[in-house]
Design a protein around this ligand. Structure first.
Ligand code: LMR
Length: 399
């Protein structure tokens, strides 16, 4: 009689714990702090002058209309709401909106778009390497690892001076091979706020074209920096110059619908036929991961963008968020010469030249919650918290 001897099976109980994503852990830590004067500049959500993250008025109105008129919740398919993607096209693509080589699909947030975009790249070329400037959004590297693409990191930011290490960036991209991927931040760089200027975008685009790279542009904050069109400059320049481009877009911030997870993935190839084939892979990957994207938030965005009155009101609300971000930046920047760099950056984030020890001390002594990296959310601050924040940070810089 045959007997089988089992060595000890690997079971779920053998799994080592995973370190919590530090940004998500911060949400819990800040919430649990009982101090009344705590300041949460951790995770990236817009807050108004009194520290709230309100639902946009246009979103409330669109949700009401959705509630009143939606007749079914039957499946839409892996592509989600096609009209949602059609309405986003001109906002993101500008003069490229009519280009039939570009196709877009709804995704669960910008993170879903990134995962789907990297899945497509890995399907097409598992040997492609992804060139990523550091620091970057802490979830970029895990997503790239999840699709098993090799990652090449290069230094993007000179933290002490608050500037981009542009020559290092160019040198890294020049060392890439045809078919490698350049991961770029479309605007409002997360975590540093240090965006490429238009002339730097031109230089980067030239290198991307010369080296035959595929740009994957993450644009999660369109409209939070300088304006909808200005913030899409890099995306549109790459679309003008490259045959193959991938764009991961998010509405979570510019429609303030974070937890509803509204985003889209855009793929450009050299021909409408090749794009259609690439999209068949996109739909297959989406089917494997989430089957179909969640509808509610995208359906509300669809209602806003499809109604001229609501669209106009959205633009006003978006400009209001942008103006607050820039006003808080200027207020912090003018408080101390060592913080002046913050006034020249864009979007919600900036990175202070402080080490983890100082970050933890700010947390303990001053109840100020920022990412371990020194990244802080500029508009995490209510108006009445700004002076205390500045004083504590200046104290930390002097320590
Ligand atoms: C952030 O960077 O704080 C946001 O994009 C939230 C997240 O998912 O990390």
């Amino acid at each position: 009689m045959l007997t089988r001897t089992h060595t000890k099976a690997v079971t779920l109980a053998d799994l080592p714990p995973v370190q919590n994503d530090s940004l998500l852990a911060l949400i819990g830590l800040a919430a649990a702090d009982p101090r009344n004067d705590k300041i949460d500049v951790g995770v990236g959500v817009f807050r108004d002058a009194v520290g709230n993250t309100p639902i946009l008025k246009v979103m409330k109105e669109a949700e009401q209309r959705l509630h009143d008129t939606q007749a079914t919740k039957a499946y839409l398919g892996s592509w989600g709401d096609r009209r949602f993607a059609d309405l986003l096209r001109p906002i993101l693509l500008g003069e490229h909106a009519a280009d039939e080589r570009i196709s877009g699909v709804q995704t669960p947030g910008g993170c879903g778009a990134l995962r789907l975009g990297f899945e497509l790249l890995a399907t097409a070329n598992p040997d492609a390497r992804v060139f990523m400037g550091t620091p970057s959004w802490p979830n970029h590297a895990p997503i790239i690892r999840a699709v098993r693409l090799e990652m090449v990191e290069y230094p993007y930011y000179e933290r002490g001076q608050g500037v981009i290490r542009f020559e290092d960036m160019l040198a890294a991209l020049r060392s890439a091979e045809p078919g490698d991927v350049a991961l770029l931040h479309g605007c409002c760089h997360n975590p540093t706020g240090a965006d490429l200027s238009e002339s730097q975008w031109r230089e980067v685009t030239n290198v991307v074209v010369e080296r035959g790279l595929i740009p994957l542009i993450d644009i999660a904050y369109q409209g939070f920096g300088r304006g909808l069109d200005e913030d899409a400059f890099g995306v549109r320049l790459m679309l003008s110059s490259c045959d193959e481009v991938i764009v991961a877009q998010s509405c979570d911030k510019n429609f303030s619908c974070y937890r509803d997870r509204v985003g889209s993935l855009w793929v450009k190839t050299g021909s409408p036929e090749a794009t259609a084939t690439a999209m068949s892979h996109v739909f297959q990957r989406a089917r494997e991961m989430w089957s179909m994207p969640p509808d509610h938030g995208a359906a509300a965005v669809h209602i806003i963008l499809d109604d001229p009155q609501l669209r106009a009101e959205w633009l006003i609300e978006l400009a209001g968020m942008r103006d607050r971000i820039n006003a808080v930046r200027q207020r912090i920047a003018s408080a101390d010469p060592r913080l002046a760099f913050i006034g020249k950056q864009f979007g919600m984030f900036s990175m202070l030249p402080v080490g983890k020890e100082q970050v933890l001390k700010l947390r303990e002594d001053d109840a100020i919650y920022m990412a371990d990296s020194g990244r802080f959310n500029v508009v995490g601050l209510g108006d009445d918290q700004i002076d205390r924040f500045i004083a504590a940070v200046v104290g930390a810089l002097e320590a």
